[in-house]
Write a protein that binds this ligand. Structure first.
Ligand code: NDP
Length: 258
């Protein structure tokens, strides 16, 4: 007879969530902890992470704050060592940290191009590099592990002036398809989540007036998704039976046309 508590389907699992100091990552950390996983929450803003850990503790969960910059490979390797030492091998990586800085290409905002490429691609790869050995090891021992990458609907659709961001997210989506084939035989499921617009801090970093106006206008015409909507999706993916790999999940506001 199974001793699994149906209210805690992720009991015994160790989840690492990047970009956990706000938005989708923060909500997902709380949700995965509520489902019974031990969670390691990673971002640069230590205070935000400490508040999150305190909240999770109060709700009976187990959480570890990891202050690190995903663009720094050494910091990510240290974070991975800390997770292994304090929580055990990670068997769920929600690879989610990202930035979105749209602007017309002719404005030559090379600083913003670099930031998006550094965080959304190099940071994503540093995280994969640091945690893949643990995922593979954990999958070998426990029968399943999850690598869930946050792409975007921008990986598939065309949004004027979002070319660099969309390019980084197309990288995430296509990489995920390849990694699924490579890691699936080792019981590591690989998924890409592709959300439409979710109300988070992401939009507050946008400096381009045209993009700001477009976002403000879209808020008038539709109800945006919430971070909790995405958190529920992450939880759904991770709680499937080991034979089930949701490869690519697109989640849109009902009113968003494309
Ligand atoms: P937020 O801005 O709320 O969260 C972004 C997170 O990434 C923060 O926790 C931030 O933490 C972290 N982060 C940024 N840079 C770094 C870095 N160098 N090192 C470590 N952490 C970093 O936005 P969202 O929650 O919306 O974004 C999460 C993901 O979802 C992103 O990949 C985004 O592209 C994607 N997405 C979002 C959509 C939306 O409409 N909101 C739609 C589709 C996809 P800190 O600053 O503390 O380091």
């Amino acid at each position: 007879m199974s001793t699994q508590n149906p209210a805690k389907p992720l009991h015994g699992r160790v989840a690492v969530i990047t970009g956990a100091s706000s938005g989708i990552g923060e909500a997902s950390a709380e949700h995965l902890a509520a489902l019974g996983a031990k969670v390691a929450v990673l971002a640069r803003r230590a205070e935000r992470l400490d508040d999150l850990v305190t909240r999770i503790d109060k709700n009976g969960g187990i959480a570890l704050a990891l202050t690190a910059d995903v663009t720094e490979a050494e910091e990510m390797l240290s974070a991975a060592d800390q997770v292994e030492a304090e929580l055990g091998s990670a068997d769920l990586l929600f690879n989610n940290a990202g930035v979105m800085l749209p602007a017309p290409i002719e404005e030559l905002r090379t600083d913003q191009w670099r930031q998006q490429i550094d965080v959304n691609i190099t940071g994503l790869m540093n995280t994969i590099g640091a945690f893949t050995p643990q995922l593979v090891r954990a999958a070998g021992e426990r029968g399943v592990a999850d690598l869930i990458n946050t792409a975007s609907i921008a990986a598939q659709n065309i949004f004027p002036n979002f070319a660099v961001y969309s390019g980084t997210k197309a990288y995430v989506a296509h990489l995920s398809r390849h990694l699924r084939v490579e890691l699936g035989p080792k019981n590591v499921r690989v998924a890409a989540i592709e959300p439409g617009i979710v109300g988070t801090e992401l939009q507050s970093h946008v400096t381009d007036q045209g993009a700001q106006d477009w976002l403000a206008g879209s808020k008038e015409t539709m109800e945006w998704l919430t971070p909790e909507d995405i958190a529920e999706t992450v939880g759904f993916i991770a709680t499937q039976p080991p034979r089930v790999n949701l490869q690519q999940v697109t989640i849109m506001p009902t009113g968003q046309p494309s």
